[in-house]
Design a protein around this ligand. Structure first.
Ligand SMILES: [Zn+2]
Length: 47
């Protein structure tokens, strides 16, 4: 077992994620991970 936090993968392109973004949707906090490339375009798809 490891307590080390895994970086995870970008939700957009499956590259190794470097950043996490929080989105509040209907009172629920959603955490999504992005790489450098996708982060500027990161938006939760809800209108
Ligand atoms: Zn990406």
């Amino acid at each position: 077992m490891s307590t080390k936090k895994e970086p995870g993968y970008c939700v957009e392109c499956s590259a190794v994620a470097t950043s996490e973004a929080l989105f509040k949707v209907s009172g629920v906090i959603m955490l999504r991970k992005y790489c450098n490339k996708c982060l500027p375009d990161a938006e939760y798809d809800a209108r």
